[in-house]
Design a protein around this ligand. Structure first.
Ligand SMILES: C[S@@+](CC[C@H](N)C(=O)[O-])C[C@H]1O[C@@H](n2cnc3c(N)ncnc32)[C@H](O)[C@@H]1O
Length: 115
């Protein structure tokens, strides 16, 4: 790597589920932008590794507006994103705000007492 900060970068390639399991934590910031069908799974794997006050950013949570329209039963990505958005609303360990920027970014903060 050519970055002057390369010694501080730990770049890993592979399946996100496996890589998340390998990471020790605590993690300050997560950016979710891989396969939408697994966002809820990634959240479940990550939440105990994120430090209290840490942030998870989930991209594409509006999914071009499909998450607020009738959904086709074979549209797995939209169904998964709707379930993810709902799950985050009800998880007492986090608070969130949905930023209506581009395709929607859910900013999720882990509440301190759940460290
Ligand atoms: C929307 S792109 C991400 C773009 C990236 N945020 C950027 O700015 O360059 C989604 C990426 O997730 C990768 N991806 C999909 N499923 C994955 C998985 N299970 N594990 C790791 N990466 C995955 C895809 O190969 C694709 O490169």
């Amino acid at each position: 790597m050519n970055s002057p900060l390369s010694s501080q970068i730990d770049l890993r390639f592979g399946d996100a589920s496996k890589i998340i399991e390998e990471i020790q934590g605590p993690v300050d910031l997560v950016f979710l932008d891989a396969d939408k069908e697994n966002y809820s799974h990634y959240f479940d794997l990550l939440i105990d590794k994120v430090r209290s006050g840490g942030i998870i950013l989930a991209d594409n949570v509006l999914w071009s507006g499909k998450v607020v329209k009738p959904v086709k039963e074979n549209d797995k990505s939209t169904i998964a994103l709707m379930a993810f958005n709902e799950k985050i609303q009800h998880d007492v360990r986090v608070e969130n705000v949905l930023l209506p920027v581009r395709d929607g970014i859910m900013m999720i903060r882990k509440i301190k007492k759940y460290d």
